[in-house]
Design a binder for this molecule. Structure first.
Ligand code: A2P
Length: 338
């Protein structure tokens, strides 16, 4: 990889796309040249990068000539259509959608957890960014897995509306305003009222009664940790809550080795990208507001589980737009420079 690669962002005008631009700039990524791509609707608009106006171009299959790294955040269908063309033009694609995550020829990478996967054979020239809830969960679980060997994982998520893009935040804001004004509630983005409510459905249901989002946690956890179905049992419930930004996950896990709360705190505290915020005596634990706009995930409420042998329960929060998407994507691009 060149020391100053030509970087393209497909979906540059979107919620994650704009954060990608900021992450590249904030982290001092050595961008040689930048190409911003979006739908035909946005072609001709300008976005600021490194103090300069950059004109957005239409995403087409021949938009990738000379591009070294293509960061995609334009949805699964768009990724399926255009990412192979970008890879064929010689770019390495890092895709935020779920389109390629479970493809055996595509590494699924959290740089603090399995950086080696990004250095492996890039058969398709595509690397996938994992699901945001899975990333937040594994930022806390992976250091424990390295130390004690995870066996079982049960997770319940409390997911922010910004995970559904601008439509999600708009729906929460307009419902809260409508309720205050005594006006009727309109639902569009979610199947039920989200204001002052909690909805135990994120994405659509699959045949086994779990949602797609829940099955992403099950399957992606196994792929990222390199564990088979026999090696780790995973169960998950994903819930949408009226929080603007930052996902929270309540996790119970059991381990092959005996584990104490102190040893667990030490293992997590020594890991990159995650902070232990955990002092029950003073009521200290992290909330979604604490991790909003922060790079690091935060973990608290670490305690011995009362049900599982060698079990721990804890609570982890993380900004799903940053660590769950844009930041993780840029960190993967940084791995490519090494
Ligand atoms: P546009 O802004 O022109 O619609 P979000 O995740 O916030 O919904 O943003 C999705 C991003 O992906 C936007 O930049 C959007 O561009 C882009 N996008 C969505 N569909 C397509 C498509 N079919 N072709 C190109 N870009 C697309």
């Amino acid at each position: 990889m060149k020391s100053h690669p030509h970087v393209a962002i497909a979906g540059a005008t979107g919620a994650v796309g704009t954060e990608l631009l900021q992450c590249l700039e904030k982290r001092g990524f050595p961008v040689g040249e930048i190409t911003l791509l979006a739908s035909a609707r946005s072609a001709g608009k300008t976005l600021k990068f490194a103090g300069k106006d950059v004109v957005v171009k239409e995403l087409t299959k021949d938009a990738f000539a000379g591009v070294d790294i293509a960061l995609f955040s334009a949805g699964g269908g768009t990724a399926l259509e255009f990412a192979p063309a970008a890879a064929a033009a010689g770019a390495i694609v890092v895709d935020n959608s779920s389109a390629f995550r479970m493809d055996p020829g595509v590494p699924l990478v959290i740089p603090e957890v399995n950086p080696e996967a990004a250095q492996g054979a890039l058969a398709k020239g595509i690397i996938a960014n994992p699901n945001c809830t899975t990333i937040v969960t594994l930022m806390a679980l992976a250091p424990l897995h390295r130390a004690f060997g995870v066996k079982q994982l049960i997770a319940s998520s409390y997911q922010a509306v910004s995970g559904s893009g601008v439509a999600g935040t708009h729906e929460l804001e307009t419902q809260i305003s409508a309720l205050a004004a005594g006006e009727p509630i309109l639902t569009d983005c979610y199947p039920h009222q989200i204001a002052y409510n909690a909805i135990p459905q994120v994405d659509v249901f699959t045949e086994n009664g779990y949602t797609k989002e829940e099955m992403k946690m099950v399957n992606e956890t196994r792929k990222i940790l390199g564990l088979s179905e026999n090696e780790i049992a995973v169960g998950c419930t994903c819930v949408r809550v009226p929080v603007m930004r930052s996902h929270a996950v309540s996790v119970t896990a059991s381990f092959r080795e005996a584990v104490s709360v102190e040893a667990a705190r030490e293992a997590i505290a020594a890991a990159e990208g995650i902070q232990v915020v955990d002092d029950p005596a003073t009521g200290l634990y992290p909330t979604p507001l604490d991790s909003t706009l922060k790079d690091d995930c935060m973990v608290g409420r670490i305690r011995k589980d009362l049900v599982l042998e060698n079990g721990l329960s804890f609570w982890v929060v993380g900004d799903q737009v940053l660590k769950g998407a844009a930041l993780n994507t840029v960190q993967i691009a940084e791995l490519l420079l090494k």
